[in-house]
Design a binder for this molecule. Structure first.
Ligand code: NAD
Length: 340
């Protein structure tokens, strides 16, 4: 356990179980240097508690970096609820989890993540105020899309010399909650859209409503375009796909796009500008964090626009130091997280 904590630099680990509801929960707090730890709550099956702990620790660290570079007064944390084979009442399990969060007195604030929904957050809210992304707070995905759009414009400016997307060929992989909302904005900005999704219904919708050109999922990463926008699953950038890319910029919403950290240097070597995923996709986090703080709509919109400025800053440092934007983003986040 301590080895996992040390490997991820975790500050604290909290564990709870409740035989009445089937709750088995781990809350990993990576850092509270900039504020209370904020991060989603997963509800998934795990082969054992060790792998659940490793998942929570890795993801908590990522949340610290994301919040720091998004300019938020929050630290990073993540909760993992081990999904039982049978649960007497899902609502009771999430309410019990709310009780566990309440014992931390605001040191950890939870949100929706893989396997959880706004309805689950509503159950948590029965027992604690330290919860975001409830039904009342609304879906963060459109805000993630807005942030990615700002990031794409900043990336186009840095690599192509203009943030005008009119006439650019933009390939969007994945037309889910974020990808579709983003594709709508790109189409409105005059981009020529090439799209793929494993779901033929989503693909058809983009063809009919946005005038997008459908491409198979396998072919999209190698299609000639200006900007490749991964909005599906993580790990899409590996040795093979990077060798096949035919674009100037990779800038998309998907989490953990780099299959391994060294892929950032491969992209550099190929002259492809990569927008670090946790910087460009921080719009959802900004939305849930600022909503939790009681910020107004215009304040949140202004904060989302800063994603473009932050990327511009990362690219400038990367060029000056001849390092990849991914390494520079980590370096900037680590500086912000250093003890005072
Ligand atoms: P989603 O599940 O709603 O959509 C993902 C879509 O991608 C689905 O339609 C799926 O069919 C498609 N897809 C998956 N693999 C594909 C492939 N190989 N080729 C083509 N299409 C593929 O998810 P989402 O909420 O839109 O999130 C998209 C990505 O952005 C995820 O990686 C997520 O972790 C990340 N992200 C989302 C948010 C948010 O606010 N929802 C915030 C930050 C990061």
């Amino acid at each position: 356990m301590f080895a996992i904590m040390q490997a991820s630099g975790l500050q604290a680990l909290h564990v709870a179980q409740d035989p009445h509801t089937g709750l088995q929960a781990i809350i990993a707090v990576h850092s509270t240097r900039l504020g209370p730890a904020l991060g989603g709550c997963r509800y998934l099956s795990y082969v054992d508690s060790h792998s659940a702990l490793a998942d929570a620790a890795r993801l908590a660290k990522g949340m610290s970096y994301k919040a720091a570079l998004a300019g938020l007064p929050f630290g990073g944390g993540k909760a993992v609820l081990i999904r039982p084979a049978h649960v007497p009442s899902r609502a009771a399990l999430f309410e019990a989890f709310g009780g566990f969060i309440e014992t931390l007195k605001g040191g950890y604030i939870t949100a929706v993540d893989s396997g959880t929904s706004a309805a689950d957050m509503d159950c948590i809210a029965q027992r604690t105020q330290h919860v975001t992304s409830t039904t009342r707070a609304g879906d963060p995905s459109p805000h993630t899309a807005m942030g990615v759009f700002a990031g794409i414009r900043a990336s186009a400016m840095a690599r192509l010399g203009s943030d005008d997307l009119q006439g650019l060929r933009i390939a969007v992989q994945g037309l889910g909650q974020v990808g579709y909302a983003l594709a709508e904005q790109l189409a409105a900005a005059g981009a020529e859209l090439l799209v793929s999704d494993l779901d033929p219904g989503r693909l058809q919708l983009a063809v009919q409503q946005l005038g997008a050109q459908p491409v198979s999922s396998e072919a999209l990463p190698s299609i000639p375009c200006d900007i490749f926008v991964p909005c599906g699953l993580g790990g899409v950038l590996n040795q093979q796909t990077v060798a096949q890319l035919h674009c100037a910029v990779v800038a998309g919403a998907a989490n953990n796009q780099l299959a391994s950290p060294e892929i950032a240097e491969l992209l550099e070597a190929r002259g492809i500008l990569y927008a670090p995923d946790y910087v460009i996709n921080s719009g959802g986090l900004i939305y849930v964090a600022r909503t939790h703080q009681g910020a107004s709509g215009p304040e949140i919109t202004a904060h989302l626009a800063q994603i473009g400025q932050r990327l511009t800053e990362v690219y400038a440092h990367a060029q000056a130091e001849n390092r990849s934007p991914a390494r520079i983003a980590d370096q900037l986040a680590e500086r912000l997280l250093e003890p005072a």
